[in-house]
Design a binder for this molecule. Sequence first.
Ligand SMILES: [Fe+2]
Length: 315
Amino acid sequence: MQITPLSDNIFYLEPESMANYQACAGLLIEAELKITIDPNLGPDHTGKFLDSQRPDMAFVTHFHLDHSAWVNTAAGMGIIVCVPEAERLILGNLDCLMEATARPCGLESLWRRFVTDSLGFQPLDSATTYHPGILSRLSRVRIEVLATPGHSPGHCSFWFPESGILFCGDMGLDRFGPWYGWHNCDLAAMVESICRLRAMDVRLLVTSHGGIIRKNPAAAWDRALDKIEQREKRIIAGLEKGLSKERLIEEGIFFTHKDKVDEPLKTFFYMWDAIMLDHHLRLIADGGLRRLTGSLNFKSNAGRPSKADQQPAGA
Ligand SMILES: [Fe+2]
């Protein structure tokens, strides 16, 4: 695990590995209260980290298990676990989790085994819910919670205006781009969230899976929108050639090398690509990405990367 100072009292936490959806990067804020956000550093490290740091409060950006697998460990240590109100039920009940994820795809039993056996999911008994807004009562470091739905219904980002740091969680600023592979994802909402965050004056853009973006945050957001647009263009071109949905999924929406992946991930990748295709088809039926960003009054270089876009997202 690596800890990188971002300011006098905000630290970036990076796991040794993010393989198999078992970890993500997070934050530690040391003020009069010690707060951590998404401290999922992997099965062998999260408990040790929480035990050594003993934060007062631990926040989850959203319910996805690569961000939230630690919540019962933290609750068992007496740490106040804070989850987005919109996703409290999902984290508190395996049945609700299944309904929000693989059940509508008919893959509940395989997914249930994966989340319980491989990811160690256990329903969260006690948790505090949080809402978008200012958390100024909690710490002398001003923290603003921003609603950034789309990747999940209650996904939140954390803004530190005094230091210009934005922790944007899973907004898709890594090399793979935005992900919207569950039915409760919302591609249009995700684009709206991206456009809103892109308009902010951010000094350090901090992500769950794409490192720290220190230069040109706007270009990173444009790259994310460009990923979505390129997927849309591939889908439209495929439809114009008469390709079936099955063939489009086979060629890949997000996961382009499914044949090289072992089970059960291979089955999950097909499931997620099928759902992402459905999200795209809905957006295309509504006029597509360009119409959506136009309606949001959004002006960017999406689809037309500048030279600054050529550097990796995590650089
Ligand atoms: Fe996620």
